[in-house]
Design a protein around this ligand. Sequence first.
Ligand code: HPA
Length: 276
Amino acid sequence: MTSSELLYSDPLACAAAAAQEIITRTGVASHDVALVMGSGWVSAVDALGTPAYECNAEELTGFLPPTVEGHSGKVRSYVIEADGKKVRALVFLGRTHLYEGKGVEPVVHSVRAAVKAGCKVIILTNACGAINTKFSVGQPVLIRDHISLTAVSPLSGATFVDLTDLYSKRIREILKREDATLDEGVYVHWRGPTYETPAEIHMMRTMGGDLVGMSTVPEAIAAHALGAEILGISLVTNAAAGVTGKKLNHEEVIAAGKAAADRMGALLKGVIPQLF
Ligand code: HPA
């Protein structure tokens, strides 16, 4: 069976196989935390120092080649030391999205592999449009909750998973203690690849959405279902459609992300050891 056949026929076995490869290649029996770096977030990992290990994601079982600009498709292992603690971090530079049309399994494969490789905390980062006008471009916002407008779940069968505290309050409080300027919001998951219409943004605002983006939600659900604690951080890269009347463009989304990524990388490096 090919690695991609295994991904679709038995996704959890595929994740376990990838995890075993990560353990063998890195020589680390158990990582503690995984970070998924989305659009514009890739440079945030510079703050973590020099990786102890790096490979192309597609060398590992079940990982598909990346298709989006700004997503380089690398897997790295880092040692983060602070306050006398040593934390092992797995970093995924780039992710697969639902809008690529390959189904939900490749979208959640990296976080499943990370949990199988020992990660107890999964940090999901993304670029988003701000529905709520109190948020400005370049601002990182902690995800407090989500609304799924794709209605696509990575789970199937009679698995009724509670999502009341999907985005860990404990972790959000630790970040806010470290940086009191951090705000929180409700992230709306949109399949894409089209951006939303102004009418759709109006609907999302009416429903209670603050931020909109095309990732994170399936990964949060899949990792939580396997027992991990989740932190989601959205970087506002644009006002959502219709808010300013300006058209949306992917290059601007990437550029706005880079500007704030350095600050967030340093913040994450300081906070990660406190999570354990
Ligand atoms: N909509 C959806 N996804 C996004 C946006 C947006 O406005 N900005 C960045 N990712």
